[in-house]
Design a protein around this ligand. Sequence first.
Ligand code: PEP
Ligand code: MG
Length: 303
Amino acid sequence: RHTLSQERLRAAPCTTKDGTRISLMADCASVEDVRTAVEAGADGVGLLLSEYLLLAGRVNGEEEQYGFYAACLAAAQGRPVTICTFDVAPDKTGTEFPREEEANPAMGLCGVRYCLAHPDFFETQLRALLRAGLAGNLRILLPMVSTRDEFEHALDAVYRAKCALRERGVPFNENTPFGVMLSIPAACLTVEDFVAHGCDFLVIGTNDLTQYTHAADRELASAEHYYRPASPAMKKLITMVMDAASAHHVPVTICGLAVGNPANTAQYLHLGLRSFSVSPQNLLKVKRALLDTDAHPDAGENG
Ligand code: PEP
Ligand code: MG
């Protein structure tokens, strides 16, 4: 298997050495990324960031957003696409989101918090997404949720968005799944609350989850030593997530830069992960590692 050419690797089913099928998806931010991912053989889009639409200054009405989401779904050609609602964050600068000055912006009104504080802004995005749900296989993901009541407030906004579309007579996908992005340790520690109460799927965002678990700024070079995506603390949080999710049959995807590093592939497999999302550039590298690794750590011993 080491000798598989790039071309054959691309076409090969993504199965571990001991025969476990893995869903290998891509982290994307544009229609072009989705096309690149599909060409590289991705099973879908594990995370599509929507805020780059705003950063590029290309937004902002419901129609323009709808056009963008529908184009991403079309580019995925029926493969599942998980679109994350606007993840307002300090590392996304020059944004169109008017924000108050904050001394610690990474711990302030970011992600879904900003959206809950700006309901018109949020519901415009939700209406566009719900409509785009008819154009492909869409799941909607909520970033920076820390407690169940935030998730429920977001679902209230979804309810209002659906009512508004119904009133206008605009068709949308009533059954679009909603999931929580696990970026904050508090959400991992109480993940049972989510999976037992209507959270359809989970995505572990290793970039933010590492930052908040290790209190290490993901952008700060001098904190790099403290930023440990493969630490025992991270493993423990992921184990909690996997246990609760499997008890409730809720699917989990893991995404972020650490997942694009093949050195971490075995660890994630052994923690029970079966759905990976990496940047399109790292897709084949990680696929090669998946093909060369046993999903079960003792598979080799039993032949
Ligand atoms: C993450 O947090 O792991 C992630 C992929 O999202 P972002 O880097 O955009 O915060
Ligand atoms: Mg984030």
